[in-house]
Design a binder for this molecule. Structure first.
Ligand code: ACO
Length: 335
């Protein structure tokens, strides 16, 4: 068995910064409410007319990650692409990325696990490398939320938290068993699927019914979130996933050098930080600048933390996420 380690990281966010005050121009909200409840100050939203899409942003982040890994596109053996907002209903974004990066006919797998998407994606990639099937896998999380949000007061409980962006990691084979991904832990609880959902378009609804109804008031195309319910589950599941990862490796909380939590809400991260008694320099947050970028959030945060020199050789890095599904999980890595 081989080990896998991250050999390159990259992220891309659109230039267009949307502050809380700007949101208050088209919905009944305000900077104080958003910052107090979520910690978010601003987010990036793709400007209408821009060429950026979920897969285009994924490709931009990927090019940086591949270059930093010291590799060429042709060195990549497989793609795992996590998103809840693919460019098309089908096919998924993985094949578009494969085409944009001109990666011959390598396989491309799409992961549909929302905020836990990157955790699931990197875990899948790790298994392919562990068995020796592939050497270098491109693992991408990308999200284009802003085109699908209800940007009126009706949607304010959801739309203020989401942002656009993409991150990418190259996962490579290493023979050093002390480095890289030590373990990953994945969970789901489908009975809560409808607490955080975009229910249309859906194969449950006949397409002619959708076309015939053509109803502007149909809210099922917008994300629905039972915020308080999700929040309560998130804090419990985050803690469980982190503890499970530590126990599996005979590690203690004090061994954590860097925790990268999914950026769902700064209050959730702060709750986890207090619960585990971690210092500020042991937890990385950037939700203040980017909002919740779902499948992209963990990988954007990991990349930024690394770029800022907050992750050093041999550090114990813990990734954890919770989101729609419900799905949640953790990854334990030795850098
Ligand atoms: N601006 C001003 N007021 C608002 C806004 C807004 N943007 N949004 C809601 N309100 C109002 C509500 O209408 C409500 O008013 P009322 O009391 O008069 O009815 C009041 O503020 C409180 O609303 P709540 O929804 O109870 O607010 P809450 O404190 O729960 O915060 C939030 C909402 C931030 C969404 C929080 O519940 C949360 O972060 N939940 C978890 C999110 C999460 O972890 N998601 C998982 C990942 S996402 C994914 O997987 C796709």
């Amino acid at each position: 068995m081989y080990n896998s380690k991250i050999s390159g990281l990259g992220y891309y966010v659109p230039d267009n910064i949307v502050t809380n005050n700007e949101l208050s121009k088209f919905m009944d909200t305000n900077d104080a409410w958003i910052q107090e409840r979520t910690g978010i100050k601003e987010r990036r939203w793709i400007k209408e007319g821009s060429d950026d899409t979920t897969s285009v942003m994924g490709a931009k982040a990927s090019r940086i990650a591949i270059e930093r890994a010291g590799l060429k596109n042709e060195d990549i053996d497989f793609i795992v692409f996590a998103t809840l907002s693919p460019d098309y209903y089908f096919p998924g974004g993985g094949v578009q990325l494969q085409e944009m990066l001109d990666m011959k006919t390598i396989g491309a797998l799409d992961v549909r696990n929302q905020c836990s998407g990157f955790i699931y994606a990197i875990s899948v990639a790790d298994q392919f490398i562990k068995t020796g099937m592939y050497n270098n896998i491109l693992v991408v999380g990308a999200e284009y939320h802003s085109s699908g949000l209800d940007k009126t007061t009706r949607g304010r409980g959801v739309s203020v938290i989401f942002g656009d962006g993409a991150g990418a990691a190259v996962l490579s084979r290493t023979n050093d068993n002390t480095k890289g991904i030590l373990s990953s832990h994945l969970h789901s609880e489908g009975k809560h699927a409808e607490e955080l959902i975009v229910s249309s378009p859906s194969s449950k609804r006949w397409i002619n019914e959708i076309i015939d109804s053509n109803n502007k008031e149909d809210e099922s195309y917008y994300p629905y979130m039972n915020g308080t319910f999700v929040f309560k589950h998130a804090v419990v599941r985050f803690s469980e996933a982190i503890n499970e990862g530590l126990q599996a490796n005979n590690l203690r909380v004090s061994d954590i050098d860097m925790l990268i939590p999914h950026q769902a809400n700064l209050r959730i991260s702060q709750f986890i930080q207090r619960k585990f008694k971690l210092n500020d320099d042991q937890v990385f947050n950037n939700i203040m600048k980017y909002g919740n970028t779902t499948a992209a959030s963990v990988i954007i945060a990991l990349t930024e933390a690394w770029e800022k020199g907050k992750i050093k050789d041999n550090d114990l890095v813990v990734l954890a996420a919770f989101g729609s599904g419900f799905t949640w999980g953790s990854v334990i890595m030795r850098w």
